[in-house]
Design a protein around this ligand. Structure first.
Ligand SMILES: Nc1ncnc2c1ncn2[C@@H]1O[C@H](COP(=O)(O)OP(=O)(O)OP(=O)(O)O)[C@@H](O)[C@H]1O
Length: 744
């Protein structure tokens, strides 16, 4: 049961059953504020409940809620039945605890908690660093170490190992490292470390914004927020051996982290901001909307301690440049604002002048206070060079090479030489990623895709370049009994998060996504990334592929390339500098099975078209009827379409035809898919021996005749046998055969 104490603070009230010892306890009526609330560890997955702007979740046990109807409405009363809060246990044995006493104790408890907050060295603040020797050089706060330990992050990742010493010293950092390499904590830890090392906020003080993290998509912003919160969660009372479940002293969270994104209640987000947060993660669009109506927030931006641009290159691509530019301007200290004055643009300053200017900045203490981090998996080498050159020599801002250069030039880097840490792999892609391609006609892509999904079950993320494509493919997948969820910008935010969570939690599922899912999303164990269309740029290809093979896991990607896309693919891969399309191996496909799958796909398409037609007819008819009613017109008998009961309605006829088609598809789907060379009569007499596979249960469940194998292994085996075939020119006809396509 959820109830709200203050508008912004939600608490979970658990009216639990009493154990025998608790039955002896006195029942005491108390106010909601006086209950012994316990802070809950919140789930780390992004979710609707979690991220709507709540500061914390709390629960309380042993409370009976009694509703009382009075003349002025219905009121809830809370009868506390359980063991008294820790501080209450001091009441003399047998002495009856009155409501007034609890109120006093509650005030006492608040005082106590404020005192604890002022003192260093609470229980949370200890950690045996021997348990994490590889983090020891960074001397992190015990809360961070506890969290790293709990999550089994025994070593910093390479980008963390390089970035942390520099960032913790207060330097600006531009970090480039492969997808899934732990960039979030590379900038997140220095921010949290800084805040945790400051005196704790008293419960009545409004927090001042210390860090602003800008991310290109809502999902990424929410994910960063969950990631940082997970670093701050300390074990709950039940996890502590020295604490027999007694609630701990209540206090504000050590660090408050909030996400501000579009598609969610702006009202709630405004309230969170009014209360004050330490770390704000935002998409530029929503933040700019809120900034334009909140002067105090704009003032807080001026005094920021950290500014982070996560996936900076993507942010400027998505039409966010204007908002981003405006927000970055607000973070500038006075001296740099002058720099950005249009009259100043294009002027060159020599090194000496610049040093003097920097010195002045440092003296007034303004500019020195902001530390800037820019992180991405893809920041071009040219851009990095420009950044260095421009910062060192003074910049001719009119001559910047790209929009991103322009934006980066505007950032308030405190250092003339921000530390550029480039750990992008030589071959652009993580070594644990295997890439493959399949060439086919556009019209055949659905069949090839269906083949791949049946042959290699797992968690597959399919990228399409248009929302229409997703709308077309979604119902098709459903009719083919595959679990597929759409993700695109025209879905409601709640639906987007729900679909993402379903995809995360169902191991054998499919996400049909546009490129809003290409960047930053950390979905555990994505087995396959499939490019249904060739991505529009090399960066997008890198980031899409980065959704698999994360955090040293293995991953697989499949490019589906139609003849008219070959040229684009060649250009895209050559711009990556290291890859030629011939170097991406062809995925082996059992051509013989495609015909069987084709029949299913064609029938599913037919049903979908028919369903769509019926829906459209119904919609048009309703519209006509409503319009006619509104205009007080009578519809003619043709339009009424046998609705007078004289014959079957047209829609009924369509429905029964659809039902027939569906039954046909159901029958097809129930038929086993049997590979060539298998005898249906005597399984032992076919060219392929499948008996052993059936006995040891190693067969593919949907395609009889294949072992249960993964796409990576099949690709490697196929490559090896292809090499052997090349060595022996008498390759079998079967292996070089091509599918003739969907046809009519
Ligand atoms: N030190 C560590 N040890 C083990 N796992 C880690 C460590 N740091 C981060 N991770 C995990 O690695 C995964 C990837 O991290 P993160 O999302 O920060 O990657 P990223 O580099 O930002 O990726 P992308 O470029 O795609 O945004 C996450 O699941 C995270 O929890």
């Amino acid at each position: 049961m959820l109830l709200s104490k203050k508008a912004s603070l939600k608490r979970k009230l658990k009216s639990s059953s009493l154990n025998s010892s608790r039955k002896k306890s006195k029942v005491v009526p108390v106010g909601v504020d006086e209950l012994p609330w316990k802070t809950l560890t919140r789930p780390s997955v992004s979710g609707v409940e979690e991220d709507v702007g709540l500061l914390m979740l709390e629960e309380v046990e042993d409370v009976e809620v009694v509703y009382e109807d009075t003349g002025s409405g219905r009121f809830a009363k809370f009868n506390f039945k359980g063991k008294a809060p820790q501080v209450v246990e001091d009441t003399p044995e047998g002495g009856e605890t009155t409501r007034a006493e609890i109120t006093d104790v509650s005030a006492e408890s608040q005082k106590l908690s404020d005192e604890i907050l002022e003192n260093e060295g609470s229980e949370e603040d200890t950690f045996d660093t021997d348990a994490l020797p590889n983090w020891a050089p960074h001397t992190l706060h015990p809360i961070l170490l506890q969290s790293l330990h709990r999550r089994n992050f025994t070593d910093p990742t390479p980008i963390q190992a390089k970035a942390l010493p520099v960032a913790l010293k207060g330097k600006d950092v531009v970090g480039i490292a492969e997808t899934g390499s732990g960039k979030t904590l590379a900038y997140g830890i220095p921010i949290l470390q800084y805040i945790l090392s400051k005196p704790k906020t008293k419960s009545n003080d409004k927090r001042q914004l210390k860090a602003l993290i800008l991310a290109p998509t809502r999902e990424l912003a929410l994910q960063v927020s969950s990631h940082l919160k997970a670093c701050l969660s300390t074990p709950g009372p039940t996890e502590k051996s020295d604490d027999a479940g007694a609630p701990r002293a209540k206090g504000p969270p050590r660090v408050s982290v909030a996400a501000i994104v579009g598609g969610m209640s702006a009202q709630k987000q405004r309230r969170v901001l009014e209360r004050g947060v330490d770390v704000l993660i935002a998409t530029p669009g929503r933040l700019w909307d809120l900034l334009s109506e909140d002067d105090s927030l704009a003032t807080q931006l001026k005094a920021l301690k950290f500014l982070v641009l996560d996936e900076a290159d993507r942010m400027i691509e998505t039409g966010h440049f204007a908002e981003l530019d405006n927000i970055v301007r607000l973070t500038l200290r006075q001296s740099r604002e002058d720099d950005n004055d249009p009259e100043f643009l294009g002027e060159q300053r020599d090194d000496e002048e610049r040093e003097i200017a920097d010195g002045e900045d440092n003296e007034d203490g303004g500019k020195d206070e902001l530390q800037t981090f820019v992180f991405s998996a893809t920041l071009s080498k040219d851009l990095q060079k420009n950044l260095k050159k421009a910062k060192r020599k003074g910049v001719n801002r009119k001559a910047t090479a790209s929009t991103l250069d322009e934006l980066l030039m505007k950032l308030d880097f405190r250092d003339p030489d921000p530390e550029i840490i480039d750990l992008s792999p030589e071959g652009v892609f993580v070594s644990s990623l295997k890439q493959s391609q399949v060439e086919c006609m556009s019209a055949d892509k659905d069949v090839y895709l269906y083949y791949f999904l049946l042959r290699y079950p797992g968690r597959s993320l399919i990228f399409l370049s248009s929302i229409d494509g997703i709308r077309r493919l979604s119902p098709l997948m459903e009719l083919l009994q595959l679990k597929a969820f759409p993700l695109h910008s025209q879905l409601q935010q709640k639906q987007r998060l729900k679909n993402l969570d379903r995809f995360k939690s169902i191991p054998n599922s499919i996400l049909l996504a546009t490129d809003i899912a290409a960047r930053g999303l950390d979905i555990p164990a994505v087995d396959h990334v499939i490019h249904y269309q060739i991505p529009r740029s090399a960066d997008v290809y890198v980031h899409r592929n980065g959704r698999t093979a994360r955090a040293s896991r293995e991953g697989f990607s499949l490019l589906m390339c139609a003849p008219d896309e070959k040229r684009i693919l060649r250009g895209l891969l050559s711009s990556l500098g290291t890859l030629d399309s011939n170097e991406i191996p062809d995925m082996p496909i059992e051509i013989d099975l495609l015909d069987k799958l084709k029949a299913r796909v064609q029938l599913a398409r037919k049903i979908d078209t028919a369903q769509h037609k019926v829906k459209k007819e119904k919609h048009d008819k309703n519209w006509m009827r409503e319009t006619a009613e509104a205009m007080e017109l009578e519809l003619d008998s043709d339009f009424a379409d046998s609705d007078d009961g004289a014959g079957p309605k047209r829609s009924d006829k369509h429905d029964s035809k659809n039902a027939q088609l569906k039954a046909e598809l159901k029958h097809l789907l129930s038929q086993p898919l049997i590979a060539r060379g298998i005898s249906k009569r005597y399984i032992t007499s076919g060219a392929r021996d499948i008996v052993n596979e059936l006995i040891d249960n190693s067969h593919n469940r949907t395609m009889l005749g294949f072992k249960h194998s993964d796409a990576r292994t099949d690709l490697v085996n196929y490559k090896t046998s292809a090499r052997k075939r090349k060595a022996k020119p008498e390759a079998s006809v079967e292996e070089t055969e091509e599918w003739t396509g969907l046809g009519s």
